[in-house]
Design a protein around this ligand. Sequence first.
Ligand SMILES: Nc1ncnc2c1ncn2[C@@H]1O[C@H](COP(=O)(O)OP(=O)(O)OP(=O)(O)O)[C@@H](O)[C@H]1O
Length: 550
Amino acid sequence: MAVLPRHTPAALAAPSRLARWTSTEAKAGQEDTDEPDAADEAAQASKKKRNTTGELLPAPRIDDFPPSLHPDLVAGLRAMGIQTATEIQKRAFLSVHEGNHTIITAETGSGKTLAYLVPIIDRLLKIRERTPHNKHSQSPRVLVLAPSRHLQLQIMHVLQALTQSGEKRLPLTCTVLPPPPGLPPALTANPDIAISSPAAVLEHFKKPRDFRSLVERTEVVVMDEADWLITDGTGSDALELFRAAGRKRPETHPLQVVCASATLAPVKTKNSRVPRAVILKALRKVWLASTDALHATSDRVRERFVYMLDLAADDRAGEIDAKSRELHNLVVAAARTDSTASDKWIVFCGAPSRADAAHTELSKRLADSAKAAPFMRNVRLLLLHGDMERQERTHSILEFAEMPTAARDDGDPGSISILIATDLVSRGVDFKDVTHAVHFDFPSDASDYLHRVGRIARSQTASGESVGFVTERQEELARLIEEASCGIDGVKSIRLLNHNSFAEAMERGSTSKAFGDGGSDESFGIESQPRAGKKFPLTGIISRKRSFSK
Ligand SMILES: Nc1ncnc2c1ncn2[C@@H]1O[C@H](COP(=O)(O)OP(=O)(O)OP(=O)(O)O)[C@@H](O)[C@H]1O
């Protein structure tokens, strides 16, 4: 494994590499296409009238973090256990470092947070060293926007680890802005980096004059989970910030915008509300850093769909009951094994009321089965959704995050921690060692599916399992995902007939026949069609249509 290069004083003195790149050179220099559609898309976007659609250029790739990286930043990375850059970090570094508007899009868990933080912090440190009395040093110089409070705090923790854990503390201050009506005075401390959401920023800086002055003294705006910020209910807030970013600024004090997400589908349609189109239109010239694995689930995750198509669409109680039974069976099957390792599961539900119902049902069933047959493994249930008090939510998140998963060395069986949650934790959340995702309610679009599955097996050595319960309402999307990613390691499905059970099928070995060898078992209606090959990206489904829910 390559080791981070030692610092050389070359710093930023070298002429801009990007400045020397024309788009043709950039394309030629990029041997691997960064994603199936990226080159086409970049060429197409360049051909179109630049003033209406904007220009998208492939970002150049470097082999690792550069030798000129600030030594204290190198120390911070090492203290975090990071030795080499990930693929997306190699592809994003130069473009972000040189102040270009950049889209960073790569598969979940690929290290996008550091892909923008490392070059930005390196640049800040070097500018500060060169010009300690910079008149623009009235902060915040970097505004990082993320959709949820949990994500904002997580970014803050990464920043703290990066800047405070090396031998020398980096002279940078960071703040998470309190939600409104909290105090904008959080900014009176002039942090170098402020973290917030678009809605909170606009609320804090309601007066146009305040907003203008905030934007004027900001050098970089990062939109983490950019597609979500642009398309969700508060999307107009993000758009207002984009518009401000697009305005002309003095050449001496330009504003850079960096957009990161695991799901930013290429602009193929005329739909100008597609997030990449919005970004291009607002920023005109944007560099694209992306990877081959974009929009595909990890090869280390085994995906299964359980089709429960005979459930009556209008029988909510019956549906909850049938799904809870399946979930319970899966948990019992896992708890019966005498593994000394501990598992972490996230069970995704479509709404707070559904999460409450699933939690109640599963608790009852687990209590009953524990009486009949004490489990080999201890099962622990936690609940998390937006209708809970903030303190309760924090408690669930901390409990779940801190559950150990390493194998016990006393030989006793490990535990199973199950977080029953809504999509509040489907994006960006970096819980360590999550082993299972259960889609109790199947998601309504392919982006959400990718983000959910991306919560598991995030370390390069981990593997995981994802099980989706599919009812008639989501059959179309499930079939499309299955078709798109089918392969030896792709999605395998089972069709449950007359309320028979997936877990029972697993115990009888029927599923391994079907999932592994293409065999079938009439009584379970197993319909897996394994094909050779790797998992394929879901890009087509993401760009085609947003919601598949009926
Ligand atoms: N260069 C690196 N070497 C080793 N681990 C890394 C490196 N960069 C990031 N990581 C780790 O990888 C994990 C995932 O990183 P991060 O949360 O930034 O992923 P992401 O791409 O933003 O994922 P998502 O799209 O799901 O939000 C983190 O635990 C992080 O510490």
